[in-house]
Design a binder for this molecule. Structure first.
Ligand SMILES: Cc1cc2nc3c(=O)[nH]c(=O)nc-3n(C[C@H](O)[C@H](O)[C@H](O)COP(=O)(O)OP(=O)(O)OC[C@H]3O[C@@H](n4cnc5c(N)ncnc54)[C@H](O)[C@@H]3O)c2cc1C
Length: 308
């Protein structure tokens, strides 16, 4: 499995294959399991369908690490359109934004200004902006930017952050964010981090995920718990019920197309579920990372290809 995983990571960076896949019918058809489509209209169609199944949505316009200010503004324009369309169609949806897509690597001030205007827009339309967490080089700057935006009266409550359970620092960050009243999405973490900053062993990451999840459940704010792992779901729902925490006080978050059986079951059991719906023409690296995460999905896609 590790060989397959590194193969998919390598393929995710292969430019000729990316060009072929993004422009071929087969590539688009295969990726439709995990990606809503290329256009905003595709994302809205999927969001409506997911809402009809009793689940909320967070929309991700795919792309990261822009190389010019103009590109950052173009990426933000798509999110501004989404916020207007979410409000106009009364969708149960918010947006997930990466600061590197808003120009963080060009200028932190640029990313902060762009993210700040998205959050004010979300605040005005009753929506919410989740700032995704990227690799550990940008953890501190991402936290600083989110705190400053959250402190603004026209933004307060309409911005949240992501905390990664694999990082050693995360417990202290959760304590501070709980004290500040900032909403957290807790995930295990998806980047390759050195052992100086992150737990190398998956079992330690899982233990920390449960520890931090319990701290979030006990806080007065509404938080999101990312997992497709039944053991995590079981531990956290058991903690909530033992401590009299209402199922409406938190939500589980999962990826579009992943563990749809678990998503449905949790809704039937009365839990809130939010589905992360990515869309856009930059889908290839995202798709390959999903296959790297779980190479068994290749077999799954192959089996289902002719049934789409
Ligand atoms: C809504 C959402 C937002 C996210 N935001 C961020 C972010 O901002 N920053 C960041 O670093 N990471 C982010 N991630 C990625 C996340 O950190 C990883 O996907 C993480 O490994 C998920 O943990 P897990 O418990 O689902 O799965 P793992 O611990 O990887 O796997 C545990 C079990 O879950 C099940 N499972 C996991 N993946 C799949 C799959 N693809 N198909 C079928 N079953 C599966 C399997 O049973 C597996 O054994 C996000 C993920 C989601 C769903």
């Amino acid at each position: 499995m590790p060989i397959l995983r590194s193969t998919f990571i390598a393929l995710s960076r292969n430019r000729p294959l990316r060009h072929f896949c993004e422009n071929s019918r087969i590539g688009v058809r295969l990726s439709s399991r995990f990606i809503a489509g290329m256009q905003i209209s595709d994302a809205l169609r999927v969001a409506e369908a997911v809402n009809q199944q009793g689940m909320a949505v967070t929309l991700d316009s795919l792309g990261e690490s822009v190389t010019s200010e103009a590109e950052a503004h173009l990426a933000a324009d798509i999110y501004h359109q989404l916020l207007d369309l979410i409000a106009a169609r009364k969708l149960n949806a918010n947006i997930s934004v990466k600061l590197t897509q808003m120009g963080l690597e060009l200028s932190p001030a640029l990313a902060e200004t762009i993210a700040g205007s998205l959050v004010q827009h979300a605040h005005a339309t009753g929506s919410f902006v989740r700032i995704d967490m990227e690799d550990s080089k940008v953890t501190q700057i991402t936290l600083d930017i989110v705190r400053r935006i959250h402190a603004h009266p026209d933004s307060r409550g309409s911005i949240g952050i992501v905390i990664q359970a694999y990082l050693f620092r995360s417990q202290a960050d959760v304590e501070q964010l709980n004290a500040d009243g900032i909403r957290v999405r807790l995930c295990k973490g998806a980047y390759k981090e050195p052992p100086e900053v992150a737990f190398p062993r998956k079992s330690d990451v899982d233990t920390n995920f449960i520890r931090l999840g319990c701290m979030l459940l006990e806080s007065p704010s509404f938080h999101g718990l990312v997992t497709h792992d039944e053991a995590m779901v079981k531990a956290l729902t058991a903690f909530a019920s033992e401590h009299g925490i209402d199922p409406g006080h938190f939500e589980f978050q999962m990826l579009y197309g992943v563990r749809r059986d678990l998503q449905r079951r949790l809704v039937q059991e009365g839990y809130k579920v939010r589905v992360y719906v990515p869309f856009g023409s930059d889908w290839y690296p995202y798709f390959m990372r999903r296959l790297a995460e779980r190479p068994a999905n290749v077999l799954f896609l192959a089996r289902n290809f002719f049934r789409f």
